[in-house]
Design a binder for this molecule. Structure first.
Ligand code: 13P
Length: 248
């Protein structure tokens, strides 16, 4: 039985005051243990959020990390820094990282391996563009992105990993995948993992991301292979994020 999981990806949003307000609302309302709840602030606010979540059930994660351990990498944040701050998870291979910062499947795999070796659990994002979907290439693209990591890392490294299916055309557009579209790809991702190890496939949480909101979360999460959500815009609104967590 997989524990439902809802993660908020705040992207490059927020400031000290807005984060205090958001966390105040979340910490007081999120206390169920039937769903695991994670928030991923911009890295400069991780310490602030960590101290605000100390006596709560909410975990804290990062949105990206360097594949390098330390040294002359101006502007980068390392896994030991995330560990130092008490980050439990890191989002990897988000489509914005892939498209705006040219992250390749190989780089995402290197980050994935480094994260697991440091004890920070990866949330590996995969997903097709609109063109790829319209060309019937969705499952091919998602499998390629997933297998690049399985092949480089080995399936053993997926023991605590989470996968997020985020169709690029659904991110920040208000266009959500239908429950059927989400279920089809989630089942394919699980089947792909099962080719390497059936037990890992059964255990791995697969989240849906892309315009999840308070109104559509329940029907998306009701699918057999949708284990929760990776939420962007709606994770910045207290009531919406709480409603999404309750739907999981
Ligand atoms: P939206 O929920 O704003 O569409 O963003 C999804 C996302 O990219 C989460 O990582």
């Amino acid at each position: 039985m997989r524990t439902a999981f809802v993660a908020g990806n705040w992207k490059m949003n927020g400031n000290t005051d807005s984060i205090n307000e958001l966390m105040d609302g979340l910490v007081n309302s999120i206390n169920s243990s039937s769903v695991e709840v994670l928030v991923c602030p911009p890295s400069v606010y991780i310490s602030q959020v960590k101290s605000l979540t100390e006596s709560s059930k909410i975990s804290v994660g990062a949105q990206n990390v360097s594949e390098n351990a330390n040294g002359a990498f101006t502007g980068e944040v390392s896994l030991s820094m995330l560990n130092d701050l008490g980050c439990e998870y890191v989002i990897l291979g988000h489509s914005e990282r892939r498209s705006l910062y040219a992250e390749t499947d190989q780089l995402v795999a290197a980050k994935f391996i480094a994260a697991v070796e440091s004890g920070v659990k990866p949330i590996l994002c995969v997903g097709e563009t609109l063109d790829e979907r319209e060309n019937g290439e969705t499952l091919k693209v998602v499998s390629r992105q997933l297998n690049a990591v399985i092949d480089a890392a080995g399936i053993e490294k997926f023991a605590d990993a989470v996968v997020a299916y985020e169709p690029v055309w659904a991110i920040g557009t208000g266009k959500t995948a239908t429950p059927e579209q989400a279920q089809e790809v989630h089942a394919a991702i699980r089947a792909e993992i099962a080719k390497s190890d059936a037990a890992t496939a059964e255990k791995t949480r697969i989240l849906y991301g892309g315009s999840v909101n308070a109104a559509n979360a329940a029907e998306l999460f009701a699918n057999a292979d949708v284990d929760g959500g990776l939420v962007g815009g709606a994770s910045l609104k207290v009531n919406d994020f709480i409603a999404i967590c309750q739907a999981a």
